[in-house]
Design a protein around this ligand. Structure first.
Ligand code: PDD
Length: 287
């Protein structure tokens, strides 16, 4: 069945939805995005994603082309029209279509941003078999630009990382810079040592994950100890547990890093408990 998608205020069958070849998202990767998960037909952490979108736009001097209320209404409309129970809503805002190619930004008064949204149905997202088994990761150098705190659509290097991981029989890659893990290709990275949860501190080196913020809050509420600092691949291989977080994987255990088993080589209790708490609490708060 064809999806109904959103393009600049219109709800259209996906085959009829188009964007100009001059759109700066297409020519320059000049755009930002958000991914909001849907559980039980409701939006998870929606407010966090909208707040980060506003920040990404501001950091790139892009105007906010759509209001908070319109964004919420469009997310809900797409979830309803496409009958999404478990899945996600993808949202992308680009600097629009100036009608030609130019390195200089167009005048936002005459070139409004392009706003695109679509859903992806993912039945079984919460009860994913991958979460029960855990994933393997490999490490690769972090060759991305140095404003990873902005959620841009420049995803070529993360895609190459994902391909390298798949070719090596792993599920994802952890990116390493100056000997320390920054994050996964599309998730934040954590280790657990002696019941302490360790994850890299926020900076321009990593995306400020919305799931990360929620998980760290729930961990603190459950009296778990959190240490925000960077760690190396060697430290992670010797840790008791490892896991990643993102809007699409929630809390996902990592059981092997560069061929070395982490802990017992099976999903650990801390990651398991955090996944449970995250799903329970974020479902309660879903809108
Ligand atoms: N990726 N780090 C990177 C580089 C990411 O691309 C993502 C999200 C995260 C986790 O952020 P959040 O918890 O807000 O989803 C961390 C999304 C899911 C994606 O690109 O599909």
């Amino acid at each position: 069945m064809s999806r109904i998608v959103y393009v600049n205020g219109a709800y259209l069958p996906e085959e009829e939805a188009t964007v100009s070849i001059f759109d700066r998202g297409f020519l320059m990767a000049d755009g930002v995005y958000e991914v909001t998960s849907v559980l039980g037909g409701k939006l998870i952490d929606f407010e966090g994603h909208v707040a980060r979108l506003a920040r990404s736009l501001a950091e790139l001097d892009m105007a906010q082309p759509i209001s908070h209320q319109e964004l919420l209404a469009a997310h809900r409309e797409l979830v309803a029209r496409n009958e999404i129970d478990e899945g996600l809503v993808y949202l992308q805002v680009t600097r629009g279509n100036p009608g030609d190619r130019d390195f200089a930004f167009p005048d936002p008064e005459t070139t409004p941003g392009t706003v695109v949204m679509f859903t992806q149905s993912k039945p079984g997202l919460a009860n994913s078999p991958a979460a029960a088994a855990g994933i393997k990761v490999i490490s690769i150098p972090d060759l991305r630009w140095h404003r990873r705190d902005i959620k841009t659509v420049q995803l070529l290097y993360p895609s190459m990382g994902k391909m390298a991981a798949l070719a090596a029989g792993a599920g994802d890659a952890w990116l390493v810079e100056d000997g320390m893990v920054t994050e996964g290709t599309s998730n934040n990275a954590y280790i657990v040592k002696g019941h302490k949860i360790i994850t890299r501190e926020l900076s321009a080196d990593i995306l400020h994950g919305i799931t990360r913020a929620a998980v760290l809050r729930y961990a603190a509420e459950a009296q778990m100890v959190v240490e925000e600092r960077s760690f190396s691949i060697e430290e992670a291989q010797g840790a008791d547990e490892a896991f990643v977080t993102s809007a699409t994987t929630f809390v996902m255990p990592v059981v092997e890093i560069d061929g070395a088993s982490v802990g017992a080589g099976t999903p650990g209790p801390v990651a398991g408990r955090l996944r449970e708490i995250y799903l329970e609490e974020s479902l309660k708060a879903a809108i």
